[in-house]
Design a protein around this ligand. Structure first.
Ligand code: FES
Length: 72
């Protein structure tokens, strides 16, 4: 099972050896390295990947998961 880790004040880290990232047309992005870090701050110049710009942008995203919470 793939694991997606929400980093505090940072990207979504996809921890999986065999992962593909595709655009809205189904075209695959080249994945340079694993794990894959996906931007969630909107400041990256390399979207959908994180390029570290969240630090300069002062992105704040530290909401912890709640036990037994669902995504509904
Ligand atoms: S989360 Fe890292 S650049 Fe957006």
């Amino acid at each position: 099972m793939a694991s997606i880790k929400v980093l505090q004040n940072g990207p979504l880290l996809v921890e999986e050896d065999d992962v593909s990232v595709v655009d809205w047309n189904g075209s695959e992005y080249s994945v340079a390295r694993l794990p894959v870090a996906l931007c969630r701050c909107g400041a990256s110049e390399k979207k959908p990947f994180c390029d570290g710009a969240h630090s300069k942008a002062g992105f704040s995203g530290g909401e912890p998961a709640k036990r037994n919470s669902s995504n509904e």
